[in-house]
Design a protein around this ligand. Structure first.
Ligand code: NAG
Ligand code: NAG
Ligand code: NAG
Length: 295
């Protein structure tokens, strides 16, 4: 999303209203304030207007669903597709637990195999899409893919994508009593994706937790009901690919970036918000309250 934000109107702590950029696509005019406000989780100002980039509607779109014997095979296919530079609109992974949840909840109009599954979206010209599907099929085969289903028909595309679309709701519908679903995310370099998914699934099983893995693997990001922050950091990853820091991951941010980097963020915040009014307590604490050990 952040790459689609062109400019913002922001109200600062002292009431000043600023715009972060003008119209041209390209600009080297000063600091990138658009980038600074995005992801600041409300700690630098209140965003009141956002101008987004529009994308051209592609001539052709298509969806493919590919099953694999293991999550490692599925993740390896994802990283092969990325390494081969195949243009992909979306690439999602769901483990056998998540596929079983979707299948059992009957929230879609399709019966699913309860095995690790990858979902791909392609877009572009007719011939480009066909070529990319063939490439992905070939790369998946090299990773022991079982079935390869694809369609360009709009209704069929919806049906094939429905498992991904309904995954959260299927999970929520399984709750009993006061059970809660805790959804969080990490991201690692794509080359470590298979490793972290495998390790975190094993550790969750050992802890006796019911957890599923699903992820937007195109950028090495996956979501899980339990935090695997330390594992991700060991793999040169990040404690959050998109959910953000908020209150829950403040300590993880210290582990990930270190106090020097957070010190720079605190200085930026103090310059814009000297009275620490904007969403206080989120992302990091006031320097006076920051414990050097981050505890
Ligand atoms: C972004 O820039 C365009 C062109 O100057 C302007 O029309 C639009 O209102 C701006 N948006 C924001 C949120 O400042
Ligand atoms: C500024 O940051 C935004 C958001 O990360 C990014 O989309 C944009 O390309 C950046 N602009 C420049 C000039 O670097
Ligand atoms: C998937 O769900 C269908 C319909 O409920 C069921 O018949 C089928 O056995 C399920 N698949 C597996 C592998 O359990």
């Amino acid at each position: 999303m952040k790459d689609n934000v062109l400019n913002l109107t922001v109200v600062l702590a002292d009431g000043t209203i600023i715009k972060t950029k003008r119209r041209p696509r390209k600009s080297s005019a000063g600091y990138n304030l658009t980038g600074m406000f995005i992801g600041s989780e409300g700690t630098l100002g209140i965003v009141t207007e956002i101008t987004l980039k529009l994308q051209v509607i592609p001539q052709e779109t298509s969806v493919a669903v590919v099953t694999f014997p293991t999550i490692r095979d599925a993740a390896s296919a994802a990283s092969r597709v990325i390494k081969a530079g195949v243009p992909i609109g979306a690439m999602e992974i769901m483990d056998e637990v998540q596929m079983s949840v979707v299948n059992k909840s009957k929230s879609t109009k399709k019966v699913w195999r309860e095995v690790p599954t990858m979902f791909f979206k392609f877009s572009g010209t007719k011939s480009g899409v066909r070529e990319n599907i063939d490439l992905v099929k070939k790369l998946s085969k090299q990773c022991k893919s079982i079935d390869f289903e694809f369609t360009a028909d709009p209704e069929e595309q919806k049906k094939l994508w429905s498992a991904r679309k309904e995954s959260l709701w299927s999970m929520l519908s399984l709750r009993k009593g006061d059970e809660e679903v805790w959804s969080t995310d990490v991201a690692v370099p794509v080359s470590r994706l298979a490793d972290i998914i495998e390790v975190s699934k094993r550790e969750m099983d050992e802890l006796g937790l019911f957890a599923s893995v699903l992820g937007h693997v195109g950028d090495g990001n996956f979501h899980e009901a339990i935090m695997m922050v330390d594992r991700a950091l060991e793999m040169e990853g990040t404690c959050t690919g998109e959910h953000g820091i908020g209150l829950g991951k403040k300590k993880s941010l210290v582990k990930e970036l270190g106090l020097d980097t957070i010190g720079v963020m605190q200085k930026v915040k103090l310059a814009l918000d000297p009275n620490w009014l904007m969403n206080p307590g989120k992302v990091f604490d006031h320097p006076a309250e920051t414990n050097p050990k981050g505890t």
